[in-house]
Design a protein around this ligand. Structure first.
Ligand SMILES: Nc1ncnc2c1ncn2[C@@H]1O[C@H](COP(=O)(O)OP(=O)(O)OP(=O)(O)O)[C@@H](O)[C@H]1O
Length: 301
């Protein structure tokens, strides 16, 4: 396995030259991304690099100022009409960083899951819907009997995020965009929530875009990784390759930021001196930036 999709597999969601300008500021600059069934692409970068902007464009919260988005082979860069937007938003679901804010405190778990099911599966009667809700909870490793009547404030952060994930699954999406879904969770439970994302991706053939500032998370969940810096994708490839053989100084900096103590990359990555050099060059953008198209920075020896 080389970390790439099987040759000939078509992406479910694809962007070409996706660009977002806010006035004269370019938040996302010409992003080419492709999401494949049953696979995850991690979009890794630090705060302000343009990750959430990318998610908002892909979910049509914002409309791109340039470039193209294709879903299942159809161009969806601009969607006109409520119906088209609703259909798209069913297919491309979002899981947010803050699991509490995404849930309505006045409603219990059963309500949160029944509503999207009622819209998406009008064929189900009440008993069918109850069974489907239980199935969704089991799919995210929650016990239906124990969870169904709970309100958001009665659950842990991890349980809430699982409910958010179950809600996203309720409409049978082909794509899930997860924006830092574990960064607000207790460190001790992050891994098990990431495991659920991984299992669902494989079992249901869902394409995932996994947004994270943490390259270790990318390694855990994603077959491919794209590194974003100041709105530009500076490096992209199979995750193992990006981590084991980073080409861009910014990727090396991200790797160096992984705490040694639980560094999942093993020994041999002594990047601290390099990180200092890269940080300097980031502070002086001229030295890090592209000097001609595709031609990057002086790299520290
Ligand atoms: N509506 C807006 N108007 C102007 N600038 C914006 C707007 N939304 C985002 N930006 C800017 O675009 C850049 C990218 O922001 P974005 O939220 O996409 O970054 P991010 O990588 O998701 O960061 P974080 O992890 O902190 O959410 C930032 O400099 C931000 O200030």
């Amino acid at each position: 396995m080389n970390g790439l999709p099987e040759p000939g597999t078509a992406p479910v969601l694809e962007t070409r030259g996706l660009t977002m300008r806010f006035g004269s500021f370019t938040a996302l600059d010409g992003a080419d991304l492709a999401l494949y069934p049953g696979r995850a692409l991690a979009l890794v970068g630090e705060s302000g690099s343009g990750k959430s902007t990318c998610a908002k464009l892909l979910t049509h919260v914002l409309t791109a100022t340039g470039g193209h988005i294709f879903h299942a082979g159809r161009e969806v860069t601009r969607l006109s009409g409520r119906k088209a937007l609703l259909a798209y938003r069913s297919a491309v679901q979002m899981v947010f960083q803050d699991p509490f804010a995404a849930l309505n405190p006045a409603h219990d778990v059963g309500h949160h899951l029944s509503r999207p099911l009622a819209l998406h599966r009008p064929d189900l009667d009440a008993a069918g819907r109850r069974a489907a809700v239980a199935g969704l909870l089991r799919a995210v490793d929650l016990d239906p009997a124990a969870t169904l009547r709970k309100f958001p404030h009665e659950m842990s952060g991890g349980q809430r995020q699982r409910v958010n994930l179950a809600r996203a699954l309720a409409v049978n999406p082909s794509v899930i965009i997860a924006d830092e879904p574990t960064s607000m969770l207790d460190v001790s439970i992050r891994l098990s929530v990431l495991d659920t994302f991984r299992d669902l991706k494989r079992e249901r053939g869902i394409a995932m875009l996994f947004i994270t500032h943490d390259i270790a998370t990318a390694r855990y969940v994603a077959e491919e990784t794209a590194v974003i810096f100041r709105g530009r994708i500076v490096e992209r490839g199979p995750t193992a390759q990006v981590i084991d053989n980073p080409r861009h100084p910014y990727t090396r900096l991200l790797l160096a930021a992984v705490p040694e103590v639980d560094c999942p990359f093993g020994a041999g990555h002594s990047l601290a001196p390099l990180a200092a050099q890269v940080r300097e060059s980031i502070q002086a953008p001229g030295t890090l930036w592209e000097v001609s198209p595709g031609h990057w920075v002086r790299q520290a020896a």
